[in-house]
Design a protein around this ligand. Sequence first.
Ligand code: LMR
Length: 401
Amino acid sequence: MDLRSVAPAPPDAILGLTEAFKKDPRPEKINLGVGVFMDDAGRTPVLATVKQAEEDLQREETTKSYLPIAGLPAYGERVAELVFGPGHEVVRSGRVRMAQSPGGTGALRIGAEFLRKFLPSSKAWLSAPTWPNHKGVFAAAGFGAADYPYYDPSSRGLAFGKMAEMLDGAPENDVVVLHVCCHNPTGVDLSADQWREVAAIAARRRWIPFFDFAYQGFGAGLEADRAGLLPFLETGLPVLVAASFSKNFGLYNERTGALALVASDPGEAAAWLTHVQALVRVLYSNPPAHGAAIVARILADPSERAAWEGEVDAMRGRIVSVRDALVQGLRARGVPVDFSFIRRQRGMFSFSGLTDAQVAFLREKKAIYMVGGGRINVAGITPRNLDYLCDSVAEVLRAVP
Ligand code: LMR
């Protein structure tokens, strides 16, 4: 093989869909693919608090010099408080260290690289199903992957018994990737009791929880959404968290994320961070500043922060009402499936239950784009496209049973 015979890579399962959508000339087209919030008009707006912070930054910024390898210190401090809660013991005791990262994906990758460096024979356990990029990120870091049961298609809920049983067999020092809230792609989350049970299993089996926290505020609220994480912080286990502000600050293209490393004492956490810094240096040297500067400003200013929390609440409120409208719209068309489960799922994603053949039909015949496996981004539904969407789903259920 030489470079001239390299065949094209397949398009990305999610971002590739956006490219295909953009090229589709049909005016009725609907994008329910990529997980990007959209308003009633189908736009992905810049949040008002973000605009304001950008104007302030524009006025006050004095340099574009490099950030430290672990990022803006003020950002790390504010983000730790947002992720773990103000005054949480891990923050007060100094046993958490933060590394700013280019988005949640960047945080996952540097976290995975760090773990792999010291635990070369560990596997990464991923929920079945999970965000497709988890597989790519952990494989790229050299991890062998294993699945743990998560979604139960028959109840359209959580396969908790099977999940707990499998995780109870995961070996010490294996890495278990968990979605803190708004599970991607299913929208099905654990209850507080179930989280406590999983934390107890982790403590017993001594595997390492690595949380993907990309949707804080989109499930039940900024504070409520971190609840799943908290029992793990009491186990004394290493805990990693990949946080993203793509969704809750709408900073998608600013690549604004953070990796939190929680150790059993401050010295250990500080040592881990030096290795993450060394990894960052050879991957992208140091992180981009703009998004982090925005987040740090908003979180530091009580009135801007309150305004931002209002914006997050409004995004969540729209998602909840769209879920309702979709369920009602489908019921009104007398479809043969009870779609009320869509109301129970949380966050932007719904595992619709549509088959790959139905997804393909909707894309080819109706210009409606969904991710393979039937994941839909409910935020892509607007008052203008709701009827067309419901008509099309009713039709596909008849045409492609
Ligand atoms: C998604 O799942 O659609 C988002 O997280 C965007 C992405 O990068 O895949």
